[in-house]
Ligand binder design. Structure first.
Ligand SMILES: C[S@@+](CC[C@H](N)C(=O)[O-])C[C@H]1O[C@@H](n2cnc3c(N)ncnc32)[C@H](O)[C@@H]1O
Length: 284
């Protein structure tokens, strides 16, 4: 197996690879990220026994390019996530956003409630949302069916998400009662999401730069897009937010990561302050 452990990308290779990646998935690697990119690509190049990054780019642009691109996405994405990530925001979802959005859906006479977890990684976010909805199924959500569409571009994390198996460390943010209520113990260290949660979620491969594809996902009552906009530049953010705007029901909510602001691009959204968290709401 060829090893490129010490081989650096030439400046031309870096620029060509960076532009290619940006065009395919919107992730923008600045010059300071060259080392990161080299590291991430090294393994694939070694596995394919290729001699240079240039040759790897040729593969990506050639006949096998589509398949290789899936593996490239697995390598270059950062999939860090957790259950109950940003607890004040999940609490705001539970106590304010969900009740409000359900009231709007009921006012529209809709019996289906739809949430999009855009960039769901290995599933911790959509399963968290499903847990909250499951706990409200006989109260707030009585008479409504809930559909959570959870999307990502990495097949690797989507496969983990579909399995819904998590270790006890991954479940550390949940209370023992929540673990018992929502997971089946498969072993001392292994827990599988209960069928009621799994049935609520549809996992799909969806690339957020597939702008015409947004419509195929349908309309949503709430969109979560947390901790992915940070990888995009302004141009991509504007288009992604436009896509969300168009897929959201009137007056519905968009929740982004706590370090992300859509302020300068958000003509259609108003900023909402919750206790210790923020969110956006479509103006009309
Ligand atoms: C840091 S994780 C965030 C996971 C979760 N939303 C959270 O906040 O815990 C970012 C995810 O965005 C996904 N991603 C990156 N670019 C994407 C794109 N163009 N389309 C869809 N997903 C993308 C990555 O594969 C990764 O799983």
């Amino acid at each position: 197996m060829a090893s490129l452990m010490t081989q650096q990308m030439t400046p031309q290779e870096f620029l060509a690879m960076r532009d290619f990646i940006y065009a395919r998935c919107g992730i923008w690697f600045s010059e300071s990220k060259q080392y990161f990119l080299e590291n991430r690509l090294n393994r694939r190049i070694g596995e394919l026994n290729l001699k240079s990054y240039k040759t790897y780019l040729d593969v990506l642009q050639g006949a096998q390019g589509r398949d290789e691109m899936k593996l490239l996405f697995n390598e270059i994405t950062t999939n860090e996530t957790s259950f109950w990530r940003n607890p004040p925001q999940i609490e705001a979802f539970q106590k304010i956003v969900l009740p409000d959005a359900v009231a709007l859906a009921k006012a529209r006479m809709s019996s289906k409630f739809r949430i999009w977890s855009a960039a769901c990684s290995s599933g911790e976010e959509p399963y968290t949302l499903a847990m909250v909805c499951q706990e409200a199924k006989d109260t707030l959500l009585r008479g409504m069916s809930v559909e959570i569409i959870a999307t990502d571009i990495s097949e690797k994390v989507l496969a983990q998400a579909r399995e819904g198996n998590y270790g006890s460390y991954t479940l550390r943010n949940l209370t023992p009662t929540q673990v018992k209520q929502h997971f089946i113990a498969k072993g001392p260290e292994s827990f599988e999401a209960r069928p009621e949660l799994k049935q609520m979620i549809q996992f799909k491969n969806f690339n957020l730069v597939d702008y015409p594809g947004y419509r195929t996902l349908g309309s949503f009552d709430i969109i979560f897009c947390r901790n992915v906009l940070i990888y995009f530049d302004e141009q991509v953010k504007i288009k992604v937010l436009k896509g969300f705007f168009e897929q959201l029901q009137p007056k519905s909510y968009l929740l982004v990561g706590h370090s992300e602001s859509i302020h300068s691009f958000n003509a259609g959204f108003e900023l909402m302050h919750f206790s210790k968290a923020m969110g956006y709401r479509k103006r009309s």
